[in-house]
Design a protein around this ligand. Structure first.
Ligand SMILES: [Zn+2]
Length: 184
């Protein structure tokens, strides 16, 4: 079985910018790459799970998103960090064009994307984590049976007020590697 860290993307791996969809606007969060390298060295693998309602809203297409994610994956691979898969939810329950307007199982806080990854990659849920900057990330992780960790980047400082005492909290991905080194 594999130890996996499920990662939210915007505000966790890269700097949150509303409806980011162009590579030239993509910037890694402080300590993100360093943190992922350390976590990899601790034996974790990675799956990205991201809500992308900008697709439902018609701001960009699934193809735009796939191109952006692929560039991110290639960039991380240069540092020896492999992303097993990038799952995304293109839906929105209220604001969506055509079939994208839907109540779905994949939009976090629903755990659909995580459950798919857990099954496909034979994930050891006892020793795996969900990391994100929003309560919806943490709740999705909990619903999937994982331990969730809040990062303080992105919306993390705001989320902290809501979830303190309920979820583990770390400054950033590098801080998480230090935390998990202790747990180990
Ligand atoms: Zn969805």
């Amino acid at each position: 079985m594999r130890k996996v860290i499920f990662l939210d993307r915007d505000g966790t791996i890269n700097i949150e910018k509303s409806y980011l969809h162009k590579w030239e606007d993509f910037e890694f969060e402080k300590n993100a790459i360093e943190g992922l390298i350390e976590l990899k060295n601790l034996g974790y693998e990675f799956i990205v799970v991201t809500n992308q309602s900008g697709i439902a809203r018609g701001y960009y297409t699934e193809n735009d998103l796939r191109i952006l994610n692929k560039k991110m994956v290639i960039e991380l691979q240069k540092h020896g960090v492999t992303i097993l898969e990038c799952y995304y939810c293109p839906h929105h329950p209220d604001n969506g064009i055509g079939h994208y307007k839907a109540v779905c199982e994949c939009r976090k806080p629903n755990p659909g994307m995580l459950l798919e990854g857990i099954e496909k990659y034979n994930v050891d849920i006892e020793n795996s984590f969900m990391v994100g900057d929003k309560k919806s990330d943490l709740d999705a992780g909990e619903k999937a049976g994982l331990k969730s960790i809040l990062v303080l980047s992105g919306y993390g400082e705001k989320t902290k007020i809501e979830v303190e005492g309920k979820y583990l909290i770390a400054k950033d991905l590098l801080d998480i590697s230090k935390l998990l080194k202790c747990i180990k």
